[in-house]
Design a protein around this ligand. Structure first.
Ligand code: AMP
Length: 422
């Protein structure tokens, strides 16, 4: 059998791996400015956490989980998303005492057994935040603003993004709304796919997400949550929108935005971008005021978002941004012959110790081959060490851009090169 990465997974080769590291570092820098702290939770959890937290009737739990029994017969599942694990940890370690707020962020791989396509993987990488303990609408606006700001910080132009918002109601108004959508589905059964017909009994709101065009046409006329919100949910939603207006954050209201996890209450949102094909959501999230108690904790409001690395990268590339581009080596140390190789090696080490990215040849190649290598690595500066220079305690420093050359005392080479590369 040919050994390849499993279907739906990819190796992150250096350019992509570098992009991941830069996007994670950018997230860390920005999120910490908003008061978020890092958290790492296990890549696998008890299956029951997701079944209870995300909901048995969701696509994720019913069809997409990587569930296995460990050697002691426990049912474990590779995490399909980050929120359930973070909230489980917050309950387990009492991270949100009554009246307190905790702000946490995470970055790492998630696993869903989905049909792989562009922007849809079985192992994919997410960066996310959870704001726990604040039920106020300004918290929703802050989390939404943070997601938009993050994409802006990466250089994604605002006009290539759409921010969609909606309210899904809460336990007071959503049950009746779900029933009305279920009744609507049953009344239009003939025009819907088998799956949507089944959804009337299991998870009617998911019919809004069906990719089938016929279903989309029918669901476009379905009852809207905006007309079914209770007074509290309506007031909350209006206040979230007012905060977004005050912050100057443009959004579109999308009454059919329901998102695929059962735990959402009230505000949900999604950022869509161009250049991704069928999968146009690069990030999204919402409020989940019932999740703490579902997972056995004290009633605690919370909300968060998760953004997908692979789709964000596609959106950035479509906008002409290459976050994984290499920077090239700063200095290449070329040895004229074997007699000076040790001195060249020492010089490379001295440059690296001085904080300069330096490379040299270990394979005894000709000077010409070394210069070719320096070009390939994109070296800004070449430092040539030859027997004559060495006898004088010097090396030749060549600026590869201006082609300017000068002899520099060996001890001064690191400072000289550092000044050249700025
Ligand atoms: P979700 O947890 O489903 O709300 O997804 C949040 C974000 O994760 C989405 O907006 C996508 O960018 C990304 N995402 C979700 N599922 C996948 C997947 N199977 N492959 C790649 N990215 C995904």
């Amino acid at each position: 059998m040919e050994l390849r990465a499993p279907k739906g997974t990819v190796d992150m080769l250096p350019e992509t791996a570098r992009a991941w590291e830069r996007l994670s570092a950018a997230a860390q820098a920005l999120f910490e400015r908003y008061g978020y702290e890092p958290i790492y939770t296990p890549l696998f959890e008890h299956t029951e956490l997701f079944a209870r937290g995300i909901g048995e009737a969701t696509d994720i739990v019913s069809k997409e989980m990587y569930t296995f029994e460990d050697r002691s017969g426990r049912s474990l599942t590779l995490r399909p998303e980050g929120t359930a694990g973070v909230v489980r940890a917050a309950v387990e370690h009492a991270l949100v005492p009554h009246g307190a707020v905790a702000k946490l962020y995470y970055a790492g791989p998630m696993f869903r057994y989905e049909r792989p396509q562009k922007g849809r993987m079985r192992q994919f990488w997410q960066i996310g935040v959870e704001l726990l303990g604040a039920g106020e609408p300004s918290a929703d606006a802050e989390v939404i603003a943070l997601l938009v700001r993050y994409f802006e910080m990466l250089g994604l132009p605002r006009d290539r993004m759409r921010l969609l918002v909606n309210s899904m109601g809460d336990e007071a108004c959503r049950p009746a709304y779900r029933d009305s959508v279920a009744a609507y589905i049953r009344a239009h059964e003939a025009a819907l796919c088998d799956e949507c017909r089944r959804r009337a009994d299991t998870n009617p709101l998911r019919a809004f997400d069906c990719k089938n065009e016929g279903c989309q046409r029918v669901m476009a006329e379905a009852p809207r949550i905006s007309e079914a919100l209770c007074d509290d949910c309506r007031a909350h939603y209006e206040a979230v929108k007012q905060h977004l207006d005050a912050l100057g954050i443009a959004y579109e209201e999308e009454p059919r935005l329901v998102r695929g996890l059962d735990y959402y209450t009230r505000t949900v949102f999604e950022v869509q971008a161009e250049g991704l094909g069928a999968q146009n959501a690069i990030g999204g999230g919402g409020r989940y005021d019932g999740l703490f108690s579902t997972l056995g904790g004290p009633a605690t409001p919370g909300l968060g978002f998760a953004l997908g690395f692979e789709r964000t990268l596609l959106a950035l590339k479509a906008a002409g941004i290459e976050p994984g581009a290499g920077e090239g080596v700063a200095a290449y140390i070329a040895a004229v012959d074997e007699s000076v190789r040790e001195a060249a090696f020492s010089l490379a080490m001295a440059l690296r110790d001085a904080g300069v990215a330096a490379e040299l040849d270990h394979r005894g190649r000709s000077l010409k081959a070394q210069f070719k290598h320096a070009d390939k690595l994109g070296a800004r500066v070449a430092v040539v060490v030859g027997p004559d220079e060495l006898a004088a305690g010097e090396a030749t420093v060549r600026d590869m851009v201006t082609k300017d050359e000068r002899r520099v005392a060996l001890a001064d080479v690191p400072a000289h090169v550092a000044a050249l590369i700025g």
